[in-house]
Design a protein around this ligand. Structure first.
Ligand code: SAH
Ligand code: SF4
Length: 367
């Protein structure tokens, strides 16, 4: 009996609308019967103070809190699972009200903490080395769902501006599941709140959007959001890139590199990051390193070499340390700032390209 009651209550909770993701004007529209100053207070409570349930909204009269509570929620996700890696990386599996799941990863470093967030459940693109790419797109995330990942991480660390000075969540990268520029509207709505000084208050310099190269949205993203740009390059020629990043057939390297040259705000001190996954015998030869230097000539670029992270069923192997070092040295000698990204959290499949919702993994395992 108690089980049934609990299930019904959970269902009722799931059908509530989330206020997270609403901008101030959208909040005023949604709560049009409230005076404007109340909406302002609510906006601040939501995004600056991190109020996560209406009962803590003590500046509101009790009857108003009860009314809001009946219809709305401030945290629509349930935490399905947390996994902690030996290196301190944590992977959270969140369940959304429709039952879909997404993964968010927190990577602690000495003086900062990077949160790797998802923009879609699955991905429509099929990069050959990516685990997420083997899961077809289930759906786009809403702006609220993108923000909820950040806000629940802040809840977890009690890392709200008002409660602590040190910040566990200092940087945000769109390197989780999905292609953010194929969900541009939600990503931009969410990021506008994330960078609003009266919202979550992140600097756009602390946010990096990683794309496999959706050219038409690159410039828009720079103009509207001004976040850092990372391009998943992975190959120096169209022939190879089209094989491993099929989107290259639609937006070939010439167009992609032109879009990078035109990216607003890029200069010597604000470079574009080019991600390059190291695949043994595929893209890791010295001549490919030289071709890469030529391709990026004249661009304020830095290169992030990512040792390939394996996953069950992957057809690639990671380049040897020797090949990685040789490749990296050639680039560095040419004056391009290059770093090899140490895999973080790969013992819990939380490293780049290893994410895939648990339900999807289980579904595949059954077939
Ligand atoms: N869809 C976006 C962002 C998510 S992927 C994009 O493609 O940029 C984040 C990064 O992980 C990308 O650079 C992607 O190419 C890389 N990646 C994907 N699978 C990987 C794997 N198995 N090992 C290492 N990096 C991988
Ligand atoms: Fe999608 Fe990025 Fe994976 Fe390619 S690398 S399949 S764009 S998530």
């Amino acid at each position: 009996m108690n089980e049934i009651k609990k299930e019904l209550e959970e269902k009722k909770e799931d059908s509530k609308e989330s206020l997270v993701g609403l901008s101030l004007p959208a909040l005023e529209k949604e709560l049009s019967s409230l005076p404007a100053y109340r909406c302002k207070q609510l906006y601040e409570a939501l995004y600056v103070q991190g109020v996560r349930d209406f009962s803590s909204l003590t500046i509101f009269p009790k009857d108003l809190r009860v009314l809001l509570e009946k219809k709305y929620t401030l945290r629509s996700f349930k935490l399905s699972d947390v996994q902690s890696s030996m290196d301190g990386t944590q992977k959270w599996l969140f369940k959304m009200p429709d039952g879909q799941e997404i993964e968010t990863v927190h990577i602690p470093e000495k003086t900062r903490g990077t949160l790797c967030i998802s923009s879609q459940v699955g991905c429509t693109l099929t990069c050959k080395f990516c685990h997420t790419g083997t899961q077809t797109l289930v759906r786009n995330l809403t702006a609220g769902e993108i923000l909820t990942q950040i806000m629940m991480a802040q809840d977890f660390f009690e890392d709200w501006k008002q409660s602590k000075n040190s910040r566990y969540v200092t940087n945000i990268v769109f390197m989780g599941m999905g292609e953010p520029l194929y969900n541009y509207n939600s990503v931009s709505e969410a990021m506008k709140i994330a960078i609003d000084p009266k919202g979550l208050g992140f600097s756009n310099r602390k946010i990096t959007l990683s794309t496999s190269g959706v050219v038409p949205f690159i410039e828009k993203c720079g103009q509207e959001l001004g976040v850092n740009l990372a391009i998943s390059l992975h190959a120096p020629t169209n022939e190879l890139r089209s094989k491993i990043v099929p989107l290259n057939k639609k937006y070939p390297l010439e167009e992609l590199i032109d879009a990078c040259h035109a990216y607003p705000g890029v200069h010597k001190y604000r470079k574009i990051t080019f991600e390059y996954v190291m695949l043994k015998g595929v893209n890791d030869s010295p001549s490919q390193a030289r071709a890469l230097i030529k391709l990026l000539e004249g661009l304020p670029a830095k290169i992030n070499l990512i040792p390939f992270n394996s996953w069950p069923g992957a057809k690639y192997e990671c380049s040897s340390i020797d090949a990685q070092n040789k490749f990296s040295n050639i680039l560095s000698k040419a004056g391009i700032y290059t770093f090899v990204r140490r895999a973080r959290g790969d013992d819990i499949l939380a490293a780049c390209g290893q994410l895939k919702s648990k339900s999807e993994r289980e579904r595949r395992a059954r077939h």
